[in-house]
Design a binder for this molecule. Structure first.
Ligand code: UD1
Length: 448
């Protein structure tokens, strides 16, 4: 649970500018006006699930619109240890899944990326047994997996957790899972994906109730359907899956990344600039568009895959509460908090999805923001101007929030902890530089 310590004060333990290390840092000279067009990459969270989904068939898959991200590389490494052969050409991944050599994923890799745990569902469905290390602790909260485990048990798997490894096998004599009715206590994205994949090859019908509605769940269902799965209701809270005997090859293009798009939308807003972006699916951005409009930003939907954000002169604070889709996404909370920090008035940000996802508060305060934190609630009192400072990225979306804040701040901001940023943003410096931002990556040694 979130500590009751007031993180609104500057932490004395953070020393992001250590001159001894060669860790990369991002230097941003703030207040450069932005203008132009930003290309949006494929959705990280979709692609990680799609890659897990390819394990369901022995005929392989082609996935298009795959950005160069550390998380994609890590997922590729995990699939390769299972025997998958992967080749990349530009933004296209070809996955040869014909010969899985083991049912056991390596601890060192799975512990670093929670999404890889979701492959438990596809591996178990394909092979009848799977061993998956529990995902490691994560900076944004405990992130348990009991919804995945209980769902797989309902599908007829025997699941045992021993020494940090989840051992699962189908209990039926033919090694197949059995269709079942599953009610999830919470609409977990990952558990919905794990169970949907597992059910595609089960005998009979599975109904997942209180399923997650996120677009990435729908994208995974679309891939499974392209592979021959019978799935209906993805994108609603009841998903029905009629199990089939086998799945086949598919050539599939991932949806654009709504979180990356929202990050650039906020970058435009906070610098009071005009930026267009495509491809996007505007319907996936409803919560972000609505909050931006409430703040006083103009958002224009130019076409079915392009939007333009036009910054304004005066912004008023709004309240934000993170919720499962179509509520306000937790993955956009940190970036919006950076924008709220320069809005007039008080905005209350309530994080309900992950208990410890407000570590960027202390860093934004280093940049002159006025944010008070109590448990999972942050009260952001707008200030006229942020000021550049050395700060440290604490997780993926926090790192994006610091970049956004740095773009608007007076003077220079230096950000360390860039491995977080590289997990989910492909060429972010290049994309921002192309629209006028003044930022570059260097090392701590050269910066001091
Ligand atoms: C996914 C996204 C992540 C996003 C999150 C919520 C990927 C790779 N990651 O993460 O970027 O922030 O959705 O939109 O797609 N929970 C349990 N028990 C479980 C599973 C989850 O208690 O078995 C809890 C979690 O601790 C958390 C909440 O449910 O508090 C939401 O988690 P979940 O929707 O599962 O998120 P992820 O799939 O891990």
């Amino acid at each position: 649970m979130q500590s009751t310590m007031d993180l609104g004060t500057v932490s004395p333990t953070i020393e992001p500018m250590s001159p001894e290390t060669n860790a990369p840092i991002l230097r941003i000279i703030g207040k450069a006006p932005l203008s132009g067009h930003v290309p949006i990459s494929g959705a990280k969270n979709s692609i990680l699930a799609l890659m897990a989904g390819t394990l369901l068939s022995s005929e392989g898959c082609r996935i298009r619109n795959v950005p160069n991200l550390a998380d994609v590389k890590r997922m590729s490494d995990i699939l390769e240890t299972l025997g998958v052969k992967i080749s990349r050409s530009g933004e296209t991944l070809d996955l040869d899944t014909s010969n899985l050599t083991t049912n056991s994923a390596p601890y060192e890799l799975v512990s670093k990326m929670r999404a890889s745990f979701f492959a438990l569902g596809s591996l178990l469905a394909r092979l009848g047994s799977a061993k998956m290390p529990l995902p490691g602790g994560c900076a944004i909260g405990a992130r348990p997996v009991e919804l995945h485990v209980r769902g797989l048990q309902a599908l007829g798997a025997f699941v045992q957790i021993e020494h940090g490894i989840v051992h699962a096998h189908a209990m039926s004599s033919n090694g197949r899972l059995q269709g079942a009715r599953i009610y999830m206590d919470y609409p977990s994205v990952g558990a919905t994906e794990t169970l949907m994949m597992a059910a595609t090859l089960a005998e009979g019908e599975t109904i997942i109730e209180n399923a997650a509605l996120e677009p990435e769940v729908v994208d995974l269902a679309d891939l499974c359907r392209a592979m021959g799965a019978k799935i209906s209701g993805a994108g609603t809270n009841t998903i029905a899956i009629q199990g089939v005997d086998r799945l086949h090859f598919a050539d599939f293009t991932a949806i654009p990344d709504r979180i990356e798009a929202a990050t650039f939308m906020i970058a435009a807003a906070i610098t009071r600039s005009t930026l267009s972006m495509s491809p996007v699916i505007p319907a996936h951005l409803t919560a972000a568009i609505s909050k931006l409009q409430d703040i006083g930003v103009t958002v224009r939907i130019d076409s079915e895959d392009m939007i333009t954000v036009i910054g304004g002169d005066r912004y008023r604070a709004v309240d934000i509460e993170t919720l499962p889709y179509p509520g306000f996404p937790t993955d956009m909370q940190a970036q919006f908090m950076a924008l709220l920090s320069i809005c007039e008035g008080n905005g209350v940000v309530t994080e309900t999805v992950f208990e410890n996802r407000l570590q960027h508060v202390a860093e934004l305060n280093r940049m002159g923001a006025n944010i008070r934190l109590k448990n999972n609630v942050a009260v952001v009192t707008g200030v006229p101007q942020l000021s550049g400072a050395p700060v440290m990225a604490t997780d993926l979306r926090a790192s994006a929030a610091l970049v956004i804040a740095g773009l608007a701040a007076d003077g220079e901001t230096t950000i360390t902890g860039l491995h977080h940023l590289d997990r989910g943003y492909d060429r972010i410096e290049e994309k921002l530089r192309n629209v006028g931002a003044n930022l570059y990556r260097t090392t701590a040694n050269t910066a001091v």
